[in-house]
Design a protein around this ligand. Structure first.
Ligand code: NIG
Ligand code: FE
Length: 433
């Protein structure tokens, strides 16, 4: 059998996301998922990439031209299920030590997320556990999270640092992500985010911490090629708009592309800042202003929305409908982290986006495939089933795309294929076996 090469036939529907994918999709294009009825259609994968989608005659012809015998290929019977691109999660904080389930109880007793953080809990509690953990221990914990993502059909994630908050501990987190990117089937794109919180040792002098980020951490991360993006938590009591801008501009000088946690809890002008610095995405945006949304749409900044966080913090959801109608490109993500969204289930996020942010089932598919890929600069490789792209494919156990966001709270991923290899079969992990 030829490695990383296979044929998928007998699907009920195939979501290709075929179309103009040069730029993140906006408006009507967000509702076009390149849907084809599966009957009589075959998805062909050769050497880890998508080689074609067509009828048996077309695929046989294509293989003949390529000098490949059809008998060399593994055949997967999709058995009336729906075939789609592997899901992409463009915003996670998966490399961290420990967990914070007790904070949910504190919140139910009246404490707010920012109050817990101000008392040294929240992000700072995860920071203590992350500093204590060895690189191996962090890799072990992160692998468990990546496995859960993979089981849910997520084949690419972005991962941020930001629980180390010292040079060495930030590098440790980024090294774990780099190591797992090489080792685990899920592709990991890294973001440096030392500007996630001001660590306790700089509580009295946050400016000195910003200087440390700008003068020591950023150059080192860039030099070791440990991250593609640079992110800041621009929030009341964390980093101001002015401080965020300085950190993002400094990152640009080292080739790191800006991202920003914008207008999550308080309206801060984070969306406006994202447009100003030319960020690839602005994320959260629960409290983004009309002007900010307009500026983002104009500047082509992807609005990455995280409805799991609104759900878990019991906050008002971001205005996705307004954003899409205003011409902004929307992507969706779990925001997987230990405090405000502890879930790897991106399918549930899709459901929350439909029910609570009034996105259509087709828009949420775009937002978790091609637009999510654009939000992390990966749209040339993932996010659609197009010839030449990585064969990252999920066979969802649903008869049609609408069923995906209808039968909610359930993991529909049946078979997951990463770069042409079956890594999840019958809902169970099977990679490396
Ligand atoms: O994206 N907003 C800031 N950072 C994370 C939460 C991190 C945490 O609570 O540990 C977020 O929601
Ligand atoms: Fe986040």
């Amino acid at each position: 059998m030829r490695a990383k090469s296979l044929l998928i036939h007998n699907a009920s529907q195939i979501i290709t996301m075929h179309g103009n994918n040069e730029k993140p999709r906006t408006g009507e294009a967000m509702r076009d998922i390149g849907l084809i009825e599966g009957k009589g259609q075959i998805v062909a994968v050769i050497d880890g990439n998508i080689a074609g989608i067509g009828t048996e005659t077309q695929i046989r012809e294509m293989l003949k031209e390529a000098g490949i015998k059809i008998e060399e290929l593994q055949v997967i019977d999709a058995d009336g299920k729906t075939v789609m691109p592997g899901l992409v999660d463009p915003h996670t904080h998966i490399v961290f030590g420990g967990s914070r389930e007790y904070e949910l109880e504190l919140r139910m007793n009246g404490a707010t997320y920012l109050e817990i953080l101000a008392k040294g809990g929240g992000i700072l509690s995860s920071t203590r556990h992350t500093r204590e953990a060895s690189e191996d221990e962090l890799a072990r914990q992160t692998t468990e999270r990546l496995d859960k993502f993979l089981k849910h059909g997520v084949t690419t994630v972005e991962a941020k640092s930001g629980y180390g908050l010292t040079l060495e501990d930030e590098l440790k987190q980024l090294r774990v992500a780099k190591r797992l990117d090489a080792k685990h089937p899920v592709d990991i794109v890294s973001t440096f985010m030392a500007a996630h919180a001001v660590p306790p040792e700089y509580k009295e002098d946050p400016e000195a911490y910003i200087t440390l980020i700008i003068e020591e951490m950023l150059p080192r991360v860039a030099q070791e090629q440990l991250a593609v993006f640079n992110d800041v938590f621009c929030e009341h009591g964390v980093f101001t708009v002015e401080q965020s801008e300085r950190i993002l501009e400094a990152g640009k000088k080292h080739g790191l592309i800006p991202k920003i946690h914008a207008d999550e809890i308080e309206p801060m002008g984070g969306a406006e800042l994202a447009a100003k610095v030319g960020a690839i995405s602005a994320d959260h945006l629960l409290k983004a202003s009309d002007e900010g949304i307009h500026a983002m749409a104009e500047a082509g900044v992807v609005a990455t929305l995280l409805p799991g966080t609104a759900f878990f913090l019991m906050a008002e959801y971001a205005r996705a409908r307004h954003m899409i109608d205003a011409g902004a490109a929307v992507a969706l993500s779990t925001d997987r982290n230990p405090g405000s969204s502890p879930t790897e289930n991106l399918q549930l996020i899709m459901n929350l986006a439909v029910l609570n942010m009034k996105m259509t089932p087709t828009e949420v598919i775009t937002a978790t495939t091609i637009n999510a890929a654009h939000a992390i600069g990966m749209a040339d490789r993932v996010g659609s089933l197009e010839v030449g792209k990585q064969a990252d494919i999920v066979i969802m156990d649903v008869p049609n795309y609408q069923f995906l966001t209808y039968n909610f709270g359930v993991n529909h991923a049946h078979t997951v294929i990463k770069k042409g290899e079956v890594v999840v079969k019958g809902g169970q992990l099977c990679y490396g076996r």
